[in-house]
Design a protein around this ligand. Structure first.
Ligand code: PLP
Length: 392
């Protein structure tokens, strides 16, 4: 018996444990200091009322013989998939119901999709990046090539003729940088992927934060994307489902590699290895698309976006360079006075009691940068920017 030794190649994730250790040590010395966390990637607002009431109804249905649900379709109930179809139709993007696969979230699908691909494929990943793309490929022993996301390209790397990639990860709006691709940029990626015969894994977990109508919310708004892209979506940040768990993945029927449809492979994979999302949760998720649900979701997103605006204003006033925060819950700032990411972390913690996330934790290009998030509550966000202002 041999284990998968690729696990030895994983880099230990020190980022959040180091943050926790530093905060603990600081609080041990300053027990009265109130810490404000602007580093978290989790939501703080509760589930929208429409979702809660749909889930209550579903619980009652489960308690009666005539409306009880046992094993469901692994790829999701039709009522949720048709609601998702309707959501895409407004872009306008036309999806077939069988192209939509409901799951327990984007992270699982981003990892699980790799079951469909050969171990010898080359993977192209932006740096800095959401660490899941890297670690899931390291576990499978794939070769990873990094593309630089930096100030010069607005943290939006574009295709480079030098690299022969088979699997390309794009995340827009981006975690951690908050950068969002324009349609022309995504079109260049789609054309490149089609020339290469590559697949784009497009992470749209933050699409709901886009308010600029000219920016694409789905890669399928781009001509040719149905021939080269899979899209991953999530209710986590859109509707507060981080603890409830629901997302979906779109695999177009045109996607064919080696004569095989990825859609059929993914269906086979999911029906074999995945049990589906609970009926109660899918009922809650479908309420997100009701008129009332959409209104409530928008109100929550507007709340976070107002937090982002408050933080952005404070950064502007202090002359700190930043990007993101407009069509994204993330603000990505350049550490002032040439500080490293961790130096700035220590500085904010000790001088202002603010906890953010050092950019260096997301890749080498993140060094010298820092991520703040808009997911906190309003009072804390306001207090944090007052503390920031008093630093100078
Ligand atoms: N993709 C990105 C870019 C994320 O930042 C996150 C969560 O932080 C996810 C996916 C995971 O989403 P889910 O909660 O649906 O698994």
């Amino acid at each position: 018996m041999r284990i998968n030794e690729n696990y030895w190649k994983l880099q230990d994730s020190y980022l959040f444990s180091t943050i926790a250790k530093k905060v603990k040590a600081f609080l041990a010395e300053h027990p009265d200091q109130k810490i404000i966390r602007l580093g978290i990637g989790d939501v703080t607002l509760p589930l929208p009322a429409a979702v809660v009431s749909a889930m209550h109804e579903a619980v009652d249905e489960m308690g009666k013989k005539e409306s009880f649900h046992g094993y469901g379709p692994e790829q999701g109930y039709s009522f949720l998939k048709t609601a998702i179809q309707g959501y895409y139709a407004r872009l306008p993007v036309k999806l077939e119901e069988e192209e939509i696969f409901v799951s327990d979230g984007a992270k699982s699908d981003l990892g699980n999709i790799l079951d469909l691909f050969d171990r010898h494929n080359t993977v192209l990943v932006p740096d800095p990046v959401y660490p899941v793309y890297v670690d899931t490929n390291v576990m499978a022993g794939r070769n990873i090539v990094y593309m630089n996301a930096n100030e010069l390209n607005g943290f939006l790397p574009m295709p480079d003729g030098q690299v022969q990639a088979d699997i390309i990860y794009l995340c827009s709006p981006n975690n951690p940088t908050g950068a969002v691709y324009h349609k022309t940029q995504l079109k260049a990626w789609v054309d490149y992927a089609r020339r290469q015969g590559a697949v784009i894994l497009f992470d749209a977990a933050y699409e709901a934060f886009i308010s600029d109508e000219s920016l694409p919310r789905s890669i399928f708004e781009i001509d040719g994307a149905r021939e080269c892209a899979v899209e991953f979506c999530s209710f986590s940040k859109t509707a507060g489902f981080t603890g409830t768990r629901c997302g979906y993945t779109v695999v177009p029927k045109e996607l064919t590699y080696g004569g095989t449809k990825l859609n059929s492979m993914w269906l086979r994979r999911q029906t074999t290895k995945f049990n589906g999302v609970p009926y109660i949760v899918q009922k809650g998720a479908s309420a997100v698309f009701s008129e009332e649900g959409q209104r409530q979701v928008k109100a929550n997103i507007d709340y976070y976006k107002e937090n982002a605006r408050i933080i952005a204003d404070a950064l502007k006033k202090q002359g700190i360079w930043y990007t993101g925060g407009e069509n994204s819950p993330y603000l990505w700032l350049k550490c002032p006075e040439g500080k490293s990411s961790w130096e700035y972390f220590d500085y904010l913690l000790t001088q202002a009691g603010i906890v953010g996330t050092p950019g260096a934790g997301f890749g080498k290009n993140g060094e010298g940068f820092f991520r703040l998030t808009a997911f906190g509550d309003r009072e804390n966000t306001k207090e944090a920017v007052q503390r920031l202002a008093s630093l100078r």
